[in-house]
Design a protein around this ligand. Structure first.
Ligand code: ACO
Length: 351
């Protein structure tokens, strides 16, 4: 039976790009370090007051136009973000309202950077069980709110005043994390494929024992109240990340999950046209590529221009490949991602 396939994609990033050299004004880092260790050259940040559903609405309109459908044809939203506008409710309903489709069910999923294989699996289940016909999958993240600097005017080049030494030190304390992330959204419109085309299968995993590899320590409901001034003094609103450990886990688990998924469905790596991997770090994806002996042209990268946009990376890359005419109907695609939770997985789809 045919599973879902992609009928339209779109992506959106806010504002102007912020270079690595601009980041070096607010913390002790360098363009050279960031490029060498991650492959990132620039990223975008939301403006104050702008939220993920705003980014998602732009991306979704583009995806609907690409699919040649009216947003009113969407009968289910699957929204992935780790940086929602509010602690609750989730941002999916806000997106539905902005798209002029209130009352359409919106499921908010919390798989962080690993969202896409999970979202595809859920959307496929909804369509094959006749619960929905046209599913909008969105990944959107706005990390600006947890960045460790206040000097946005210096970062944007609006001001060339000196940054306070304490502020510079604070930025530097969190530099390993802060240089990685950028803001953006991607949307994919999904419908049942024809004939043999469409979703083939997914393999996804969650291991909560590794929750502390990357997480936000405070602002949760173990504490009364759930935000306190002391949390901010301890800088616990900024994520903590064990970068090296995450790196190794990502390479091991992503290689394993792709191998097992392909074996299960009788797909060889030669059969796969594209391995669309989460863009957390070029070095992670290069290591997976080498481990699986994949040709570089099958593992595209755009992290240089966007940084890690968390739930949005896989969709942004897919949209770019489709719009450039590289990814075409009939191509066999393997999506793979790992993120906070830890969650990880892969999904296979014949477009
Ligand atoms: N600029 C300059 N120097 C830095 C920076 C920076 N931005 N960040 C760290 N350094 C320094 C460190 O202080 C350290 O210095 P020392 O040797 O004097 O102690 C040195 O560089 C090496 O630091 P490491 O952390 O060991 O560097 P590493 O090569 O591991 O790279 C990185 C760090 C890029 C974070 C890498 O570990 C990584 O990408 N890990 C995976 C991260 C990831 O995938 N995160 C997203 C998860 S997905 C999600 O769901 C959100």
């Amino acid at each position: 039976m045919a599973g879902i396939t992609i009928i339209g994609t779109g992506h959106y990033v806010p504002g102007k790009p912020v270079s690595n050299s601009a980041l070096a004004k607010v913390m002790d880092t360098s363009d050279e370090w960031i490029r060498q260790r991650t492959g990132i050259e620039q990223r975008y940040y939301v403006a104050e007051g702008e939220g993920v559903s705003d980014l998602a609405a732009e991306a979704s309109r583009l995806a609907c136009a690409d699919a040649n459908i009216d947003p009113k044809e969407i009968d289910y939203i699957v929204f992935a973000t780790m940086t929602p506008e509010f602690v609750f409710p989730g941002s999916g309903g806000l997106l539905g309202a902005k798209l002029g489709i209130p009352r359409v069910p919106a499921l908010d999923i919390r798989q962080q950077c690993a969202a896409m294989p999970f979202a595809l699996q859920v959307a496929n289940g909804l369509v094959l069980s006749d619960q929905a016909k046209t599913v909008l999958i969105v990944g959107a993240d706005a990390h600006a709110g947890f960045m460790p600097w206040e000097d946005w005017d210096v970062l944007s080049g609006e001001s060339d005043r000196a940054v306070r030494p304490e502020a510079f030190e604070k930025g530097t304390r969190h530099r390993g994390l802060a240089v990685l992330f950028g803001d953006g959204a991607a949307a994919m419109v999904m419908r049942k494929g024809e004939g043999e085309k469409g979703f083939i299968g997914a393999q996804v995993h969650t291991d909560g024992r590794m929750y502390d590899r990357i997480f936000i320590p405070s602002g949760g409901f173990r504490s009364r109240p759930y935000f306190t001034p002391e949390m901010f003094e301890r800088e616990e609103h900024i994520p903590r990340m064990q970068g090296r450990d995450l790196f190794k886990t990502a390479v091991t688990e992503l290689s394993r999950v792709v191998t097992q998924l392909c074996e299960k469905h009788g797909v060889t790596f030669e059969d796969v046209d594209w391995f669309v991997a989460h863009q957390a770090n070029d070095r992670i994806n290069n290591a997976v590529r080498q481990q699986l002996k994949l040709p570089p042209e099958k593992v595209p990268s755009n992290i240089a221009r966007f940084g890690n946009t968390s739930a949005a990376t896989v969709g942004i890359l897919t949209d770019e490949l489709r719009r450039d005419g590289k990814m075409k109907e009939g191509d066999l695609v393997c999506f793979l991602a790992l993120g906070s939770g830890l969650n990880w997985g892969a999904a296979l789809m014949q477009l």
